[in-house]
Every structure is written in structure tokens, then in C-alpha cells.
Design a protein around this ligand. Structure first.
Ligand code: NBP
Length: 503
């Protein structure tokens, strides 16, 4: 007699994310059937976790996995984004899943792949996309989950998603961080919400990652400016970040930065690890996707792109070492007040951060038009308050801003953020000037300020630019003294080459 299926959900891919999410789901009393391409990994996982509240079912084959799950079956795929996802879906289809079975890709997939997959597999299963953020610990104890796909499928997933997602306090919006193995958080508001059809979840996750790139870069620039202008040691800088974490900048990334800076080096007594970490940053591509999408849609997410390029520049380590021997610039030379400079860096960081988030949300506004989604920006900010890498006190302010005005055109126009930038902008400008004067690269601070000044400018030099385009390419121009949409072209005179009388 074949056994009755008993699992509530199946999970495929037991690397870092998969094994932690499986344990999280099981902690909430759901029975999870698990499968991994390399069987040994699955066996070791089962052996290490004999007593989970919901229980784990070891599956050595995809067929066993399919047979273990109650109908309609729900599967989570957590394998490397790209062809591996299609390979797994095809295996599931070959193993006989039903058209009403729900296959959820929880990896960092490109949202257009999710849109394509939903269509491609529509007559075989319900393909659904859900971004997951929070890394290993988030997956284990409560990530931020960004689901998008068929709304009927969401009805079947909602209970599990809301159970396993991070929780924030209903009144303050601050994360409730008390989960332990076998003892999940009870109560609180879950950091997940249905975001829209097809690729909406993965799109929002991509924007989350794009924002993560710039958030990290801004912190690095703050660190670097204080280190170079004030000659502060890593441990002391850690104290500064620790202090900042008590205020408006309170966030996971600031908190880990404080911890990282204070970490002693295991090999050199009395020294700090960060000073021995090579200054080349890797990347997996989600920041690049965000920047490419911004370019495709014509949305100025310059700081997000700048954060990606900063990583690219960092990777040219050998070239930079060589260039440092030949290319001259000013030597860092600051003799002002230390505490004032630290406060100014903090303001520059906060102002730039506001612009970075404004860019991310502006991208989502544009994408929803293109894909006909109805994104709820207040809800998106609210599900990023806990569990994910960009979780921050600041996200409650964004939640509030979009609750006050769901049609807010740009975050900078919200009264709270407008006021914050007004309060800090003199300091922000001072820091950008100091960076330039002292020859310290601060591309994120600078580009965020350029975004702010460009966005608030009723008139930009694009009048000249458009005239140039008309001059060499007859691209036409609109005039300031006629209604929009009326285009002109001038038969420009032949280029003149004036004789210069120099000397
Ligand atoms: P990886 O992205 O490193 O992928 C490893 C897993 O994919 C292993 O279980 C591996 O099986 C499986 N796999 C591969 Br590779 N090719 C396969 C194939 N053709 N068929 C079946 N399985 C295949 O794992 P991860 O770091 O846990 O990330 C999983 C997903 O979550 C990715 O999309 C990632 O971008 C995303 N994500 C990761 C993080 C993070 O902090 N790591 C955070 C948020 C999102 P094997 O054991 O047989 O090789």
C-alpha cells in the first residue's frame, strides 16, 4: 500500500538558504519534505536535525518528494538562480505534479525569468515567485518574504509565509528578534505581503538588493572619510557607528558595521580585522540588474548604479595599486573639529540614504506602470522593516510617508524626508566638498547630492544639450515659450572655427 502523503510543503535545494528555511518552516509546526540534488547533503541535513517540531521527511528522489506532499502540493525551490530553476521545474513536471500544484521559486531570480516561467509552465503547474531576504539567519529565524504570482496560489501559501516571515512590533514597527531553534516568535506583524502578479515579488526583491548595494556603499564611504580625514582607528569608528545605531540611522547594516569595525584581527594582536580585509568587493548581479533596469526605463537611479560601479572599481586592485604611483591628487589634510566632522558625516549619510531609497521607490513606480502591477509602497516598506538586510528604523518612516500619501511621486517630497534633508544638507554639502578637496573617492555621497540638486532644479542645462542634439542630428527641441509637445528644428549655421588670439 503506498503511504498517504503527509508533508505540508516540499523544499528543493539544501544549501545555506534552503536548509535554514526548511528548519524555520518546521519550527512553525509544518511538516517539510526535503530534497537535494546531491543526496549526501540531504542525508547530513536530516541527521543533524532529528527533532523539529513539524518534522522533516527525507526524499532521495524527486518522485519521493512529490509523493510525500498533500494536495494541492506546494514546493519551494531554493537553488542557484538561472538554469537550475528551470531544470528543477522540469524534473517536477516529469515526476508528475498536477496543474494546481504550486511551485515557488524563492531564489534571487530575475523578475523577467519569473514572468516567462509563469507563462511557460502555465499548463503544467502554478509557478510563483517569492523573493527572500535576510541571508542565513533571516531564513532560519524570519526573513522578509516578497511573494508575487497567481493570487489564488497565494491563498494556499499565505499561512506558511506569514508564519515563517520575520515579525515586527505592531505599534513601533521594530523587529521582534527573539526566535531560537524550535521557539519561533509568536505574535507581531509578519514581514510578508502579496505584492502582485507574475514577477512583482522578484522585482521588489531586486530593488531591495539594489538599495542594499547603495546602503552598504554609503556606510563604507562614511567609514572611509572619517578614517582618512580624522585618522580614526577601526575600533573607535565602531563606537561611532554604534552610537549612530541609537538614532535615526538604526539599522541592521549600521549595527553589523559597528561589530565588524570592533572585531580584533585573529592573527595580529591589538589590531583590527577590517584593516586586513582586502579592499575588493564581489557581487552576484542583483545591483547590476537594478541599474540596467533603471537605464532601460530611463529612471535616474544614479546612486544605485554608482554603488555597483564602486564595487567594479574596487575589483581593479592591481590597476589601482599601479595608478596610485602615478596619478597625483591632494593629500588628506583636515584640521577642523572632530566631533563636528563626525556629525556632518552622519548627516551626509542620512541625506544620501534618503535619496537612495527615493531612487529605488521611483523605479518601482515606473515598473508598475510597465507591468501593470498595483504595488503598495507603504506595504513594501513595511515588509522590509524586519528580517531583511536593509531592515531599519527608517523604513517605518517610509511606511508612514506612503500611508499618508499612497500616490507620493518621490520620497523627497514627503514632509518628513524633506525636513530631514533640509536639516542636514549644509553638512552633507560640506562632506562632499571635503571629499573632493581631500581627494577621497565618495561616489555615493556625491551622486546622491547630485540627484537631490538635479531633482529639485526647475531648470537644468538640458536646454543646451537638446540644442546640441538638434545641431548635429536634427533631433528637434521644444521651446520654453510654446506648449509642450510642439517641436522645432533650426537650420543651424555651418560650424564656425573662430581664430583664437591667445598669448
Ligand atoms: P546556492 O545559490 O549556492 O545554490 C546551491 C544549491 O543549488 C544546492 O542545493 C545545489 O545542489 C543546487 N543546485 C544547483 Br547549484 N544546480 C542545480 C540543479 N541543476 N538542479 C538541482 N539543484 C541544483 O544556494 P544558496 O546560497 O542557499 O541560495 C539559494 C537561492 O537563494 C539563490 O537563488 C540565491 O541567490 C538566493 N539567496 C541567497 C542568499 C544568501 O545569503 N545565500 C540570500 C537571499 C537569497 P547541490 O548540493 O547538489 O550542488
Amino acid at each position: 500500500m503506498p503511504q498517504q502523503p503527509t508533508a505540508d510543503i516540499g523544499l528543493i535545494g539544501l544549501a545555506v538558504m534552503g536548509e535554514n528555511l526548511a528548519l524555520n518552516i518546521a519550527d512553525h509546526g509544518f511538516k517539510v519534505a526535503v530534497y537535494n540534488r546531491t543526496t549526501e547533503t540531504m542525508r547530513q541535513f536530516i541527521d543533524k536535525n532529528p527533532n523539529t517540531p513539524g518534522g522533516l521527511i527525507a526524499c532521495e528522489t524527486i518522485e519521493q518528494l512529490v509523493a510525500s506532499i498533500k494536495r494541492p502540493r506546494k514546493f519551494i525551490i531554493l537553488v542557484k538562480a538561472g538554469p537550475a530553476v528551470d531544470a528543477v521545474v522540469k524534473q517536477l513536471i516529469d515526476a508528475g505534479i498536477a496543474t494546481d500544484d504550486i511551485v515557488v521559486d524563492c531564489g534571487n531570480s530575475l523578475w523577467t525569468d519569473t514572468i516567462r516561467r509563469e507563462k511557460e509552465y502555465a499548463d503544467k503547474c502554478k509557478f510563483f515567485g517569492s523573493g527572500v531576504s535576510g541571508g542565513e539567519v533571516g531564513a532560519r529565524f524570519g526573513p522578509s518574504m516578497m511573494p508575487g504570482g497567481d493570487p489564488d496560489s497565494w491563498k494556499h501559501l499565505k499561512t506558511i509565509w506569514e508564519a515563517v516571515a520575520a515579525k515586527v512590533d505592531a505599534k513601533t514597527g521594530t523587529p521582534i528578534e527573539t526566535a531560537q531553534p524550535g521557539k519561533p516568535v509568536v505574535g507581531g506583524v509578519p514581514c510578508t505581503a502579496y505584492l502582485g502578479p507574475n514577477g512583482a515579488g522578484h522585482y521588489v526583491k531586486m530593488i531591495h538588493n539594489g538599495i542594499e548595494y547603495i546602503d552598504m556603499q554609503l556606510i563604507c564611504e562614511a567609514y572611509f572619510l572619517m578614517k582618512n580625514l580624522l585618522g580614526m582607528k577601526a575600533g573607535e569608528l565602531g563606537d561611532v557607528f554604534h552610537q549612530w545605531n541609537e538614532g535615526d540611522l538604526d539599522s541592521y547594516l549600521i549595527q553589523i558595521t559597528a561589530d565588524i569595525l570592533k572585531q580584533p584581527d585573529p592573527l595580529h594582536k591589538g589590531e583590527f580585522l577590517v584593516d586586513y580585509v582586502l579592499d575588493t568587493a564581489g557581487q552576484k548581479g542583483t545591483g547590476k540588474w537594478t541599474s540596467v533596469n533603471a537605464l532601460d526605463m530611463g529612471i535616474p537611479a544614479n546612486s544605485i548604479a554608482e554603488a555597483v560601479f564602486a564595487r567594479c572599481l574596487s575589483a581593479l586592485k592591481d590597476e589601482r595599486i599601479e595608478a596610485s604611483k602615478h596619478l597625483v591628487g591632494p593629500k588628506s589634510n583636515f584640521s577642523g573639529n572632530k566631533q563636528e566632522l563626525i556629525a556632518a558625516v552622519r548627516d551626509a549619510l542620512y541625506g544620501s540614504k534618503i535619496c537612495a531609497y527615493a531612487q529605488g521607490f521611483q523605479l518601482m513606480r515606473e515598473a508598475q506602470k510597465e507591468y501593470k502591477w498595483k504595488l503598495n509602497f507603504s506595504e513594501i516598506a513595511s515588509i522590509w522593516r524586519g528580517g531583511c538586510i536593509i531592515r531599519a528604523r527608517f523604513l517605518q518612516k517610509i511606511t508612514d510617508a506612503y500611508t499618508r500619501n499612497p500616490n507620493l511621486v518621490n520620497l523627497l517630497l514627503d514632509p518628513y524626508f524633506n525636513e530631514q534633508i533640509q536639516k542636514g544638507q549644509a553638512n552633507w554639502r560640506k562632506i562632499v566638498s571635503l571629499a573632493a578637496e581631500n581627494g577621497i573617492a565618495a561616489p555615493a555621497f556625491m551622486s546622491a547630492l547630485a540627484y537631490y540638486d538635479g531633482y529639485r532644479a526647475a531648470r537644468l542645462p538640458a536646454n543646451l544639450l537638446q540644442a546640441q542634439r538638434d545641431y548635429f542630428g536634427a533631433h528637434t527641441y521644444e521651446r520654453t515659450d510654446t506648449p509642450r509637445g510642439k517641436f522645432f528644428h533650426l537650420d543651424w549655421p555651418e560650424p564656425t572655427r573662430p581664430q583664437l588670439n591667445i598669448g
